[in-house]
Design a protein. Sequence first.
Length: 114
Amino acid sequence: MKSLKNIKFDLKTTRLFHSDRGGEFASGELSEYLNKFDITQSMSRAGCPYDNAVSENMFKLLKVEGIDRYYQFDSNLMLDVNEWVKWYNNVRIHIKINYTTPVLYGKQYELKTA
């Protein structure tokens, strides 16, 4: 919950929150918080770890491509992670979405469904 409350952008632009079935994600407190912003909560199917393969891969890449040094939790870590996430979403192309960036793919999807 603390992580969600620290997000700096307007959560009203977020439509979906996907996670595994861990207790912290199944809590009523999280559901209430997501409902405030009209965010749909999505969870992986019971016993199906493949549902989270894309997000697990992203975290692996963050560790390998983005964070290659040891940090104690401080503002430098937060700045570096934020910069990497911006790069990952806006610059890095992804094979699974036709060699485009997540941001561009999202815009193309919006145009198709509008």
